[in-house]
Design a binder for this molecule. Structure first.
Ligand code: GUN
Ligand code: ZN
Length: 653
């Protein structure tokens, strides 16, 4: 069984790792398709590794099997000997040749046994490639066969096994395929999509991924067959695709096409040296065009691999930064079809919401469609809950969102009745006390620069408020303290619900930053209970957690830790998945949680890396980063619960 571990994530996308007999694969990873005949490899895998750090490759076991000389060599020296590569090798099964040539001559059992014999690191079940033109009946019958073969393959192989997820264009079949494959697969391999890539049918690709994704076990790496164009990597990663494979770098090179994340450029039309990568600096692309056939093809393939690896690195960096949606939107501008695919993804918000992080460092608008990202859908959902909790306000008034207003907005009229203010934000009207929350607070959009708001004087603020206010309030008074109390109460209600917030709020005060006027922390007797981050969220300190815990309703915001791990968590060590006993289902990746032992005593405060439904799916890796703890020393007979892999996990905050 695979031991897959997630170390960082942005939504469904993750940075992960798993071991194979020939080394670790760090995901997301590009597995270039290489020809099994070393004499026909345009770039040998060892060169791929030394040039770009490519750790793993994929090749066709079927081509090896049906070519007597290759078969003999592989049976003798293993697939690693044949390819002259000692890193992880995944082998495909022949389904692609069935797609390309209409049939394969090998049986499912035989090709699996062959993959076992040649000691591949990841074997693939021989699936039936379902074309997008297949009827529901055909797709269903093929799927049944693929799944029977997968079940049999599992019994015939103990080592890593990839199970293709077919189902054609039918959401019900994709869903069944994903859930069934998850029973047997170490690697889940979404297939049958090459024609969708080739024909730029990204909207249908999005629908296929949306149908499959909820059934795919989150504890397994997901492979997408045919993702070779760097333009599509960010899009694929958004869905939690961990492994990309394609022969695109070579296929496009053969017809003189250069791959860029912004699209494809025919080399014969190139008159300017548009790429200055190390290789293109040696021989500019404009000169490559004139080289003799094989050298030209090789140089283009190398350029294509270089841009692909660069783009994988950008995707990985974006996952670390929490900017993958932004990258995907920028890439989607390469082609309207890809943009349509991304729009379709946004229509499937329910697929993304279970892993949608609580906040990110920034929200940068890339296009007018940026405001349909799942982050906004999540915020609106929570806003509905917040509003349900509220007594209907006496008065609602609209206000433009400007910091100058903050100390000037009255919280009640002269008769003492509360006034509720809604700010006009790029995401629509939002209660003024919540406007520092992600995604509203960090929202950086066109309007800010296109129609800049004039900086009003305090007097003009009062005048403007007086015009907007249809009620009688003291507009000249300094309302800063009253507003701070309103905001503190609002933020606590946002996190913990009305009951807990109203129990907590009377004893605390909010402190604002002198420089920015933003709420900085929430204190009791001068000690911070909550620190307000750049995302506007109030996050408990350890002291705050001790106050909060008795007031929480029904396990809200808590994670229960098993006895074996409790002393380590209390000493500040990360909480690993296998020691989580229970977790509040309302938490999300990035949420702050109170970590308690089985007797519900507080051990520490942490931030979730994984979503609640994901945690039980992982045998390895961190579930919660511990950010503050009871400061008990680590127990004497120190054992790091998860072995050396956990040492690679950086400390947080
Ligand atoms: N290569 C490209 N698409 C596919 C697919 O659907 N199945 C398999 N096994 N290999 C592929
Ligand atoms: Zn280049």
């Amino acid at each position: 069984m695979i031991e897959f571990e997630v170390v960082e994530r942005d939504g469904l996308a993750r940075l992960g790792r798993f071991g194979t007999p020939h080394g670790v694969i760090q995901t997301p990873a590009l597995l270039p398709v290489i020809h099994p005949d070393p004499d026909r490899q345009v770039v040998p895998p060892t060169e791929m590794r030394s040039r770009w750090g490519i750790s793993a490759v994929i090749t066709s076991s079927y081509i090896v099997w049906r070519t007597p000389s290759l078969r003999a060599a592989a049976e003798r020296d293993g697939i690693h000997g044949l390819l002259r590569f000692d890193g992880p090798i995944m082998t495909d099964s022949g389904a692609f040749q069935q797609h390309a040539y209409g049939s394969v001559e090998v049986g499912a059992e035989e090709i699996l046994a062959f993959q076992n014999r040649i000691r591949t690191d990841i074997a693939t079940v021989l699936d039936l490639f379902t074309e997008p033109t297949a009827s529901h009946d055909e797709a269903q019958r093929s799927l049944e066969t693929t799944l029977e073969r997968a079940s049999a393959a599992r019994s015939a192989r103990a080592e890593l096994l990839a199970v293709p997820v077919q189902g054609g264009l039918f959401p019900d079949l994709r869903a069944t395929a994903a859930a069934s494959a998850s029973k047997w697969a170490d690697v889940l391999a979404v297939g049958g999509v090459v024609p969708l890539f080739e024909q730029y049918r990204f909207r249908e690709l999005a629908d296929a991924l949306a149908a499959a994704r909820p059934g795919l076990d989150p504890g397994r790496p997901v492979h997408l067959f045919g993702t070779g164009h760097p333009m599509t990597f960010a899009f694929a990663a958004l869905w939690g695709i961990d492994l990309f494979d394609s022969s695109a770098y070579h296929k496009f090179a053969r017809r003189g096409a250069l791959l860029f994340p912004e699209g494809t450029v025919p080399i014969d039309e190139l008159r300017e040296p548009v790429c200055r990568c190390a290789l293109c600096a040696e021989v500019p692309l404009t000169a490559v065009a004139a080289l003799p056939g094989p050298e030209r093809e090789r140089r283009i393939a190398v350029h294509n691999l270089a841009t692909s690896c660069e783009e994988i690195a950008r995707v990985r960096q974006a996952i670390r930064e929490g900017t993958l949606w932004e990258l995907a939107e920028r890439r989607a501008c390469a082609h309207p079809a890809l943009r349509a695919g991304l729009n379709e993804a946004k229509r499937h918000a329910s697929v993304f919401l279970p892993t949608e992080p609580e906040s990110r460092r920034a929200f940068r608008e890339i296009t007018s469609e940026s405001r349909h990202r799942p982050a906004v859908a999540r915020f609106r959902q929570r806003l509905d809950v917040y509003r349900q909790d509220l007594p209907l306000p006496e008065r609602i008034s609209r206000i433009p969102l400007r910091p100058e207003f903050l100390g000037r907005v009255p919280t009640q009229d002269r008769a003492g009745r509360p006034i509720s203010w809604q700010a006009d934000t790029p995401l629509g009207p939002v209660p003024l006390e919540l406007t520092e929350l992600y995604p509203v607070g960090p929202y950086l959009g066109l309007a800010e620069f296109d129609e800049p708001a004039a900086r009003p004087s305090p007097a003009s603020v009062s005048r403007e408020l007086a015009e907007r206010a249809t009620f009688d309030a003291e507009l000249d008074r300094d309302w800063t303290d009253a507003w701070t109390r309103r905001q503190v109460e609002g933020l606590l209600r946002w996190e913990y619900g009305a009951v807990t917030a109203s129990a907590l709020a009377p004893g605390v005060v909010g402190a604002r930053s002198r420089a920015s006027g933003r709420l900085r922390d929430i204190q009791e007797d001068g000690r911070p209970l909550f620190v307000v981050g750049r995302d506007g969220r109030a996050r408990p300190t350890y002291f705050g957690a001790t106050r909060l815990l008795p007031l929480l309703t029904e396990g809200r915001s808590t994670v229960m830790v098993d006895d074996d791990a409790a002393p380590f968590v209390a000493a500040g060590r990360s909480l690993f998945c296998r020691f989580v006993v229970a977790v509040d289902g309302q938490l999300a990746p990035g949420s702050s949680a109170l970590l308690v032992d089985r007797s519900e005593a507080l051990l520490g405060v942490g931030r979730l890396l994984l979503a609640p439904h994901e945690i039980p799916r992982f045998a390895r890796g961190v579930a919660v980063w511990v950010t503050s703890h009871a400061r008990r020393p680590v127990p004497q007979e120190e054992v790091v619960p998860d072995g050396p892999a956990s040492d690679s996990v950086p400390d947080r905050e």
